[in-house]
Design a protein around this ligand. Structure first.
Ligand code: FRU
Length: 509
């Protein structure tokens, strides 16, 4: 697949053309995360499943490694793991950039863009101009391979400079489409309805609530099962930039009900309480896949694994940014109310290669390399159950070598899990990059379980069955692949630990 792919890098004005053959073994190239072959990417867009294919569109600059000329890049996969690049689906046209949005399969051909036998795929996105943002449509009748922009665009224009990121879904009880769209500078999400995707009527507005330290972007709404029950609740996700937990951009969510018109947050003690989606710094603008088969009975999303604070400076070439691993979503009932939980999709297990299993390993105070246990690597999945013992801090060190290491640790007394990337490798491209990012981790029975995905330039931690997730990019030297366990202030014990090296999803096939 990749062997045949030669990408033309062309500056729009200049006639200069550079050919580049992506190898997917460039020094910081993620091996099982989605990255474009070349150039700049941000938010995932238009995630939709159709006829056996998962479509991934994304904010893309076809002409450079910085944000600009925003268009919808496109890739497809049959398993959420191996991706095939397709041509740009929706380009910047006549000075109108194609900003973020969603895609649906119009099974009943309400739009008239296709037929009921061959339903159209319809993308709903923000057409961005310097003084105005409005909602546009484009459609495809050939499984997303070619796209036509609707001649009646825009379909929703309220004359605002900031009005973006439409997220559309089919609301079956009323046989209608519902669109969420952000009024970013007012910290609001508006809800519209339509019978045909073309004519939209305002139904309700949510916000300001929760985190309002930065503008609101990329709303998403879905109904999730409550684990261990037959119940469901609706979750409204809204991204915020800046003002997130550790600075820069990040996502928050609200749990509540949706009656087809209005989203109502469940009563909380304090409406300014913020529920963070992810406790790292690199997970933004996540949206879920539309039109997943009922038989899958799951909700899956991905997020942009970057942060607007330093996103354009991260040291990768000739592409910039990655998407997170796909994650299945659910709600868990806790003493503090409902909590969003995330699990790596099981399809990732096909990448597992060499397996090591450890049980009952003492971790006296100090750092202990696992090299003699045959454990090291640049791309790993680690599942560790740790008895915290008398330790004040305990955890793993990954991508170790020289003076570099990334800590995935537990602050026992503080009941927190953290990633510390202060010495993770190249950090000096931005003053906002190095640091420690922690989230809550209730410790019961003195034990914690950490599931960690390490890639060539990232760490994703799923603590306590997805209760707290931390997503952080790291840029270590390629040869730094050591793994260690450590304890501070006392002794701990590894109850069990499974480590797999993960194969590349980008191997030339
Ligand atoms: C979020 C965002 C969206 C916008 C897009 C532009 O990262 O700012 O609000 O549509 O990026 O690329």
């Amino acid at each position: 697949m990749l062997a045949a792919l030669v990408v033309l890098l062309a500056a729009p004005a200049a006639a200069q053309r550079i050919t580049y053959r992506p190898t997917y073994v460039e020094p910081q190239r993620p091996q099982y995360h989605f990255t474009p072959a070349i150039n700049w990417m941000n938010d995932p867009n238009g995630l939709v499943y159709y006829n056996g294919e998962y479509h991934l569109f994304y904010q893309y600059n076809p002409y450079g490694i910085q944000w600009g000329h925003m268009s919808w890049g496109h890739a497809v996969s049959t398993d959420l793991v191996h991706w095939t690049h397709l041509p740009v689906a929706i380009p910047e046209q006549n000075g109108v950039m194609a900003f973020s949005g969603s895609a649906v399969v119009d099974h009943q051909n309400t739009s008239g863009f296709g037929t009921t036998e061959h339903p159209p795929m319809v993308a709903i996105y923000t057409g961005h101009q310097p003084t105005k943002q409005a909602q546009y449509l484009a459609y495809s009748t050939d499984r997303g391979r070619t796209w036509t922009t609707y001649e009646g665009n825009p379909v929703l224009d309220i004359g605002r400079k900031n009005f973006r990121d439409p997220n559309v879904f089919w609301y079956a009880p009323e046989q209608k489409w519902v669109m969420l769209v952000a009024l970013p500078t007012e910290y609001k999400v508006q809800f519209y309805e339509s019978k045909n995707l073309k004519d939209w009527t305002l139904m309700s507005t949510f916000g300001p609530q929760g985190g309002t330290g930065g503008i609101w972007e990329c709303p998403d709404l879905f109904r999730l099962p409550v684990e261990g029950t037959n119940e469901t609740r609706w979750v409204l996700e809204v991204d915020m930039n800046p003002g997130a937990l550790h600075g820069g951009s990040g996502g928050q969510y609200f749990v509540g009900s949706f009656d087809g018109t209005t989203f109502t947050r469940l009563p909380t003690a304090d409406t300014s309480t913020v529920n963070w989606v992810d406790y790292g710094k690199d997970f933004y603008a996540a949206i879920d896949w539309a039109n997943l088969p009922d038989a899958q009975n799951r909700h899956v999303w991905i997020g942009w694994m970057n942060n607007w604070q330093y996103g354009e400076q991260i040291p990768t070439h000739p592409w910039r940014s990655a998407q997170s691993i796909p994650r299945r979503l659910a709600l868990r009932r806790t003493d503090d109310g409902f909590r969003l939980v995330q699990y790596p999709v099981q399809e990732l297990q096909q990448l597992r290669d060499i397996h090591r299993h450890l049980t009952d390993l003492p971790v006296p105070a100090g750092t202990h390399s696992l090299r003699d246990h045959g454990i090291s690597g640049r791309a790993l999945e680690i599942v560790a159950t740790i008895d915290v013992g008398t330790a004040e801090e305990v955890g793993l060190k990954v991508r170790r070598g020289g003076t570099e290491e990334t800590l995935v640790g537990v602050d026992v007394r503080g009941e927190q899990v953290f990633v510390d990337r202060s010495r993770s490798g190249v950090t000096d491209f931005s003053a906002h990059f190095a640091g420690r990012h922690e989230g809550p981790l209730p410790i019961t029975d003195g034990r914690v379980t950490l599931r960690v995905f390490v890639d060539w330039s990232s760490v994703e931690v799923f603590a306590d069955e997805g209760y707290t997730v931390i997503t952080d990019r790291i840029f270590p030297q390629p040869q730094h692949q050591g793994v260690a366990v450590y304890a501070e202030g006392g002794d701990a014990r590894i109850v069990s630990m499974d480590v797999w090296t993960l194969r590349s999803a980008w191997a030339v096939r």
